[in-house]
Design a protein around this ligand. Structure first.
Ligand code: CTP
Length: 411
């Protein structure tokens, strides 16, 4: 399951030293399943040969409005009509100015004027050029027309200057594209709260009780939620992951903090997916200063139960999904959790099985609903597991199927 499978992306490349990064973007989009039509300005072709893009996209590159080899010379709006999204990366000051004026003297300008698809502009230029009031005004004009302005990032520029003007990283450009494409997904207009990572229960300022969760499963569910168009909130216990573009992250540490955040966020949510590994016990007291050994040969911690978060979340119509990470009697143990926690669906997995469990990019999950129906998913990526779970959530919510083939939305 590729997130961009069957989607058509028009990629406009204008002339900046960052053109080489657009090659990486084109390649990544193709790997994610997209059909990519690259359009280059003359200046862009000074930096990178069209052949490079043709090789990674397996498609002809549009080099001019009058290029007899390209379909744009026969039908100058063909790409505009086919595109599910248009990405301009890198977008130079010149190209941004032309787009703001609505000029159509090159394939990028003509396509942007003719498309009804979302347009994502990723600026890249010298910091002074970006800061110039002329460029700033043009950027604002595009933003006010509904274009997504993604970047630029701050950092070292080709000129050696430090400043704002770097093309954002490929992963971020892909993230903006997925966010834009997801808007018509089956969960459009719905809010999904996902908890992720393992909570940490502090013993003293140095030590804590934690677990082996990395947050990958929860973040994969969040990515899938964005692709399906949901407003997505991640209640995140400490982890090292980059959240998907468009997700709001509520950072928490302990089970109690996670409870407060999940309860607050789910008050207006349509679904809660509890992928976090929540500590069941926490120290009854947290020492304000570092505990010393003090000559003792043993040491006991007095622990108390943490609240069962998902059991506490209650609202009519809210779909609740839990996970059961088990090492023995997986299905029987998972089933026992459905009623007391009030779950609509539980995703059970054997954390000791190959291709499953903590830190892995794949998982082998069995879904059990409150009626006891069992759906065994084979080993698949955590992203795919997330999609399968959210497809079930969408159907529980009575959401219509994705509207990606319906009328394109106005930007
Ligand atoms: N969960 C929760 N609050 C807790 C503990 C767990 O919301 N204090 C959620 C988890 O996020 C998961 C589900 O409940 O979605 C099941 O978690 P799990 O750790 O498997 O079960 P426990 O309820 O902790 O039961 P046990 O430890 O006895 O297996």
């Amino acid at each position: 399951m590729n997130p961009l499978e069957g989607r058509s992306v028009a990629l406009g490349v204008s002339g900046s030293i960052a053109c080489y990064k657009a090659v990486d973007l084109a390649s990544k989009l193709v790997q994610l399943g997209a059909r990519v039509d690259v359009m280059m300005t003359e200046a862009a072709m000074e930096f990178v040969a069209p052949l490079t893009f043709a090789a990674v996209t397996h498609r002809p590159v549009v080099e001019s409005l009058f290029d007899p080899k390209s379909e744009i010379s026969i039908d100058h709006v063909a790409i505009a009509e086919r595109a599910d999204a248009v990405v301009i990366a890198p977008a130079t000051a010149q190209t941004i100015a032309k787009l703001a004026l609505g000029l159509a003297d090159d394939p990028i300008g003509a396509t942007v004027l003719a498309t009804a698809a979302p347009v994502i502009v990723c600026p890249a230029m010298d910091a002074h050029m970006y800061d110039n009031p002329a460029t700033q005004m043009n950027v604002e004009t595009l933003a006010s027309r509904g274009f997504v302005i993604a970047g630029p990032a701050e950092g070292r520029l080709a000129s050696g200057l430090m400043g704002k003007g770097r093309l954002i990283e490929t992963a971020e450009m892909v993230g903006h594209l997925r966010l834009a494409l997801g808007r018509r997904g089956s969960l459009a207009g719905r809010k999904v709260v996902v908890s992720a990572g393992g909570t940490k229960e502090d013993i003293d300022p140095v030590r804590f009780i934690g677990n082996r969760s990395t947050g990958k499963m929860g973040y994969a569910v969040a990515e899938a939620a964005i692709d399906l168009g949901a407003e997505t909130v991640i209640v995140a216990a400490p982890n090292a992951l980059q959240p998907p573009v468009g997700a709001r992250v509520e950072a928490v540490r302990s089970a109690l903090e996670m409870r407060d955040a999940v309860l607050a966020e789910s008050s207006d949510a349509d679904a809660v997916v509890m992928a976090a590994a929540v500590a069941d016990w926490r120290p009854r007291e947290r020492s304000a200063s570092k505990l010393k050994k003090g000559g003792r040969s043993s040491f006991s911690l007095d622990l108390e139960r943490t609240p069962d978060i998902i059991a506490e979340v209650e609202r009519r119509g809210l779909v609740k999904v839990g996970f059961a990470a088990e090492s023995d009697d997986v299905l029987a143990n998972a089933r026992k959790k459905i009623a007391p926690k009030g779950l609509d669906l539980i995703a059970a997995n054997d954390v000791t099985a190959p291709g499953s469990g903590f830190g892995s990019d794949t998982n082998r999950v069995t879904l059990i609903d409150r009626g006891g129906n069992v759906e065994e998913l084979g080993v698949m990526t955590k992203y795919e597991v997330g999609r399968r779970i959210l497809d079930r959530v969408a159907s529980l919510l009575g959401c219509p199927a994705a509207r990606r083939d319906a009328q394109p939305p106005a930007r």
